[in-house]
Design a binder for this molecule. Structure first.
Ligand SMILES: [Zn+2]
Length: 275
């Protein structure tokens, strides 16, 4: 399932596998000028290509914000179709993209919703690099936390921040295994210091007030960190802290067989504080 919507110069592309007639677990790609930001999941790769072709769009650069399968799954189909496209990603992301099955084993829920990406390749890009996209110049900002290979893009003239999955809304009460909450907070603090006029997230709505939105997110994460550390200081174990701080078991924990859980959030907070 692919939905296009326009936000001024930016084309938003929402992608999800359709199951029982409904899109499940949407991710968002964007196209602006010649630049495509992310490529969705494997299940929607052909729909993405067909949608771009239908609109007469021909991306010349594909930037992957990180290596998760719902952001790189369309790469192979995109590069087959637009054969002169340049693919850019963090060096660590490129290693995953070259061998998604070997480097990023998937739980059943991930295969169901997003599927295995085909291997793809690209050119490394790092902090401080600029992506030249016609009259637009996108600054690359390394923002580890959600994944170690995560990048955001900032276009200073327009005040656009493409946040990938660093910001996807919500008040987290669970974390994906492998994410680092201390890194997420530091990276959010970095991008919150930028003069952002429009925030384009890796899913979720485009917020009205990006500065207030990012500040609220950081405040929430700091507050849960403090709560977890206070409970830990009282001598509680991970399971008790998870329940006290974040309430009873969540549906997503069952769905993901614990890959996304309150416990991972607690563990990551304790690890980031060296507890
Ligand atoms: Zn992700």
């Amino acid at each position: 399932m692919v939905r296009f919507s326009r936000h001024g110069e930016v084309l938003r592309i929402d992608l999800a596998r359709s199951i029982l007639g409904r899109g499940r677990y949407w991710t968002t790609a964007y196209m602006v000028g010649p630049l495509l930001v992310d490529s969705g999941c494997a299940h929607t790769a052909n729909e993405l290509v067909a949608g771009l072709n239908q609109k007469g769009l021909r991306p010349e650069i594909l930037l992957n914000t990180h290596s998760h399968e719902d952001h790189i799954g369309g790469n192979a189909a995109i590069t087959r179709t637009f054969s002169d496209i340049r693919v850019l990603a963090h060096p660590e992301a490129l290693m995953v993209m070259a061998d998604p099955r070997g480097r990023q084993p998937e739980q059943p829920y991930r295969r169901l919703f997003w599927g295995w990406p085909e291997p793809s390749s690209g050119t490394p890009i790092r902090e401080g690099d600029t992506i030249d996209a016609g009259e637009l110049q996108f600054r690359v900002i390394e923002t580890p936390g959600h994944s170690p290979d995560h990048l955001c893009l900032f276009e200073p003239d327009r005040g656009w921040l493409f946040s990938g999955d660093l910001y996807v809304g919500g008040r987290d009460r669970a974390l994906r295994s492998g994410s680092d909450i201390g890194g997420v907070i530091s990276s959010l603090e970095r991008v919150a210091a930028l003069p952002v006029i429009t925030l384009f997230p890796g899913s979720a709505r485009i917020p009205e007030d990006p500065a207030a939105t990012l500040a609220a997110k950081i405040a929430w994460l700091r507050s849960i960190r403090d709560r977890v550390l206070a409970l830990h200081a009282q001598g509680l174990g991970v399971g008790r802290i998870a329940r006290e701080a974040f309430g009873p078991p969540m549906g997503i924990e069952l769905l993901t067989l614990g890959h996304f859980s309150r416990r991972w959030l607690v563990r990551s907070i304790l690890a980031s504080e060296g507890s």
